[in-house]
Write a protein that binds this ligand. Sequence first.
Ligand code: HEC
Length: 128
Amino acid sequence: MKTSPILMLLALAAAPLPALADGDPVAGAKAFKACQACHIAIEAKNKVGPHLQGIVGRPVASIADYKYSPAMTEFGQGKVWDEATLSTYLKAPKAVVKGTKMAYAGVKKDEDLVNIIAYLKDPSAGGQ
Ligand code: HEC
């Protein structure tokens, strides 16, 4: 039996597109190990850095019981951590927020960055 071209087209249309732009939260959870010494995303518990629960969409420097650097507070004025701001900041924290006390050089691989953000959006999907 020959498969009709129409059926083949329908099958193609129904196939999920490869989600290259979307990160993988499981891979993100692994890459987040670089942050874990200072941050937790699954619960609202501050460590050396503020907790990152709900960080995507959260106003910058908004955790009341965390003492931010003056640099971060100033950078924050009216800003929200969306995916774009997070990407820019996490690539080069000290260049984006001059004077930040986050002692971290930056995420080197774009792939890790995208995955970390996917994990931060939904830490429970990262399996931890
Ligand atoms: C050595 C400790 C350390 C590491 C590692 C680290 N951070 Fe931070 N992070 C901090 C500190 C401290 C602050 C507060 C910065 C300030 O007030 O200037 C901060 C702030 C932040 C903020 C802003 C939070 C807010 O409430 O506005 C985000 C987002 C963030 N870190 C994400 C990350 C991610 C993601 C990683 C891993 C890729 C990471 N950090 C690695 C210590 C760290």
